[in-house]
Write a protein that binds this ligand. Structure first.
Ligand SMILES: [Zn+2]
Length: 299
């Protein structure tokens, strides 16, 4: 069964704030990391607050990018999309620079400690023209300087006149700094809560202390309380997939969330039991195919 077209929801109340509202399409696993499972059960206000709040840095979180990177070229499009805006460090002689990776997969311009300027190669000619122009060079001098730049050997300083000295840096690999904010525990908690809601259907609106507390944690963006409900681990996975599983009541309802196969979160719902067989959602990130399987139906 392919379910990526979106699941129907038969109520008009938001599952988080419980208010009657125009419900909006919610990506249960954030779309920014390739999630495709959707359901219209969040109001616009809750949806936007989550998106601009604890979900905002999900794509760029170091553990997310490292987990995606383990799968090499098999999910290269998604892996590369996660890196846009990430910080990279590069060394030039005794100088280091950090810059964000742009959409065109190039690190932006940056000034080094010695006040020299690093410019992406395809923007260098434009920069040389404007610097020389500002220093009063004639068109002929500028054209001749551009020619000298084009012919300059790599890793060698060349004086273009008017105080402009260039160096064509080559073989200067950039390395991710991985100093972006860590993944918020509210992300796996939200995924697990929404999956439980899918299983419960209309029963999610019944008065229940545990569900009410999870709603409060999500609404208040209370990361410490979210942390207390989650056990984080690393799994070995050979295939890249996103997954969510209701694992049964042990004795509390337990949901496992897996991102990129290896990032594993076990979410506990204290004092909550759900009378249903274990049920698993998987999304193969190579083929884009997703499915929900119930253990009861399979046996
Ligand atoms: Zn709401």
């Amino acid at each position: 069964m392919t379910i990526s077209s979106g699941l129907n929801w038969n109520d008009t109340r938001c599952i988080v704030c419980m208010q009657e509202a125009d419900l909006s399409i919610e990506h249960i696993i954030p779309r920014s990391i390739g999630g495709i499972l959707t359901c219209s059960f969040l109001c616009k206000s809750c949806n936007e607050r989550f998106g601009a709040g604890f979900e905002a840095d999900t794509r760029i979180a170091p553990e997310i990018r490292k987990a995606a990177g383990q799968h090499g070229e098999s999910i290269s499009d998604l892996r590369d999309r996660l890196e846009v805006g990430a910080r990279y460090k590069q060394s030039f002689g005794d100088n280091d620079r950090t810059a964000e990776l742009r959409k065109d997969r190039v690190l932006g311009a940056a000034k080094l400690k010695d006040s020299s300027l690093i410019v992406p190669e395809k923007e260098a000619e434009q920069k040389i023209r404007s610097m020389l122009g500002k220093s009063g060079a004639s068109d002929r001098e500028i054209n001749s300087a551009v020619k000298s730049w084009e012919e300059a050997p790599p890793n060698t300083e060349v004086d273009l006149g008017h105080g402009v000295v260039i160096k064509k840096w080559q073989n200067h690999p950039a390395h991710p700094t991985y100093d972006e904010p860590a993944l918020s525990p509210l992300v796996p908690l939200k995924i697990a809560f929404e999956f439980v809601s899918l299983i419960l259907g209309g029963a999610v609106y019944q008065r229940n202390h545990t569900l009410q507390e999870v709603r409060r944690i999500l609404t208040d963006q209370d990361e410490a309380s979210a942390d207390a409900l989650i056990e984080v681990g690393l799994a070995t996975a050979t295939a890249p997939f996103h997954g969510i599983a209701f694992q049964g009541n042990r004795p509390n309802a337990q949901v496992q969330v897996r991102l990129f196969g290896t990032l594993r979160f076990i979410v506990e719902f204290p004092s909550l039991g759900i009378k249903t067989a274990p049920i698993t959602y998987t999304h193969d990130l190579r083929t884009g195919v997703d499915e929900i399987r119930s253990r009861a139906r399979a046996s």
